[in-house]
Design a protein around this ligand. Structure first.
Ligand code: GLY
Length: 339
């Protein structure tokens, strides 16, 4: 196990890499803890979760809504949870988002920690403190930025993860490589999901490297005034089409990254779109979709990243270097029309 303590603006967060779930008892007593998870994970990890207070939710992004928040709050009240209670999100991004959000508002805020159970949550969704819910087709429309007390990484939890979930996680890993880490991009080109799945050391290194990329960006710019915007690479269009077409998050941002790379080429400062598309395909991710550009543009107008007449679009200067490019909405509309 490797512990890294990270200082965010309002607190320190302990990251336990290469740990075992059993270490959780050393971090929180069973009396104080309430684990929030979903039915699939609860059934897959019944023996691990035995003896812990649990709130078990229905699985899926469609339940990342206010109604589920109300269900969790009702159950916390029924369990007698108070200000000393600690909420633990045991799951993927949907679970960690809901858990972090409820922890932020229950009794005006209680402690919380995460045990991410998917690659996506380990490298991205559980890190950074943004927690919230969707409203209709608008993803993460309501929420807050509040850091957890700890994150516990147990790679054994990935054993039951289906292939499409690995692909989902690798979409964010490829994103990190594209915007920040050309060396990792090369490593990914010469490996595959099958190789990472079968080589625990290689996987542990990759997950920690990606977690550290995200942590570093968040530490530098927790409230997304500058550098943190880079993490939105692929997400502007990605979020617009994700709920519209019921795509997985990885699929949606893979398509978003593809179009952002093509836009970077159209604006004549990037030449690596083909290389990025090849890598996304290698990891089983889609790079084209027949999407309704008009409809996507309408959803995009509600994007949180919009600033009056422009959006800070994340483009690529080269593989390993993302850039924040303010684009006029009319410019984006024009580019979209050409696809
Ligand atoms: N929960 C994801 C983030 O804070 O970026």
């Amino acid at each position: 196990m490797q512990k890294k303590t990270i200082s965010f603006s309002s607190r320190q967060t302990a990251f336990y890499f290469d740990a075992s779930f059993s270490h959780l008892e050393k971090l929180v007593s069973k009396e104080k803890a309430v684990i929030v998870t979903d039915e699939n994970l609860f059934n897959a990890h019944k023996s691990r979760l035995k003896g812990w207070n649990t709130i078990v939710l229905k699985p899926g992004e469609q339940f990342k809504v206010q109604q589920t928040v109300d269900v969790v709050i009702d159950q916390l009240i029924a369990l007698g949870a108070d200000r000393q209670s600690v909420l633990i999100g045991f799951g993927g991004g949907v679970i960690t988002d809901i858990t972090g959000y409820v922890a932020g508002i229950y009794m005006r805020g209680i402690e919380f920690g995460f045990v991410p159970t998917s690659v996506l949550a380990m490298v991205d969704a559980a890190i950074g403190g943004k927690n919230g819910i969707d409203v209709g087709v608008y993803k993460n429309m309501v929420g807050l930025i509040r850091q957890p007390a700890f994150l516990l990484y147990d790679y054994a939890l990935l054993k039951t993860l289906p292939l499409n979930e690995w692909q989902n996680g690798f979409a964010e890993i490829i994103k990190h490589a594209a915007i920040k880490d050309a060396v990792m991009f090369k490593e990914l080109e010469s490996n595959s999901i099958a190789k990472y799945r079968s080589n625990k050391l290689l996987l542990a290194k990759l997950i920690q490297r990606n977690a550290m990329i995200k942590i570093k960006v968040v530490v530098n710019d927790e409230f997304e005034k500058g550098e943190r915007k880079l993490l939105n690479f692929g997400h502007t269009l990605g979020h617009a089409i994700e709920n519209m077409y019921e795509l997985s998050h990885g699929q949606a941002i893979s398509i978003g990254m593809t179009y952002a790379a093509l836009m970077s080429e159209q604006l004549k400062f990037f030449t690596g779109a083909k290389q990025l598309i090849a890598l996304l395909n290698k990891y089983g991710l889609p790079t084209v979709v027949e999407f309704d550009a008009k409809k996507a543009f309408k959803v995009l107008l509600k994007d949180k990243k919009k600033e009056n007449v422009s959006i800070n679009y994340i483009l690529l200067q080269k593989i390993g270097k993302g850039v924040i490019q303010p684009l006029l909405l009319v410019q984006i509309q024009d580019i979209f029309r050409k696809f």
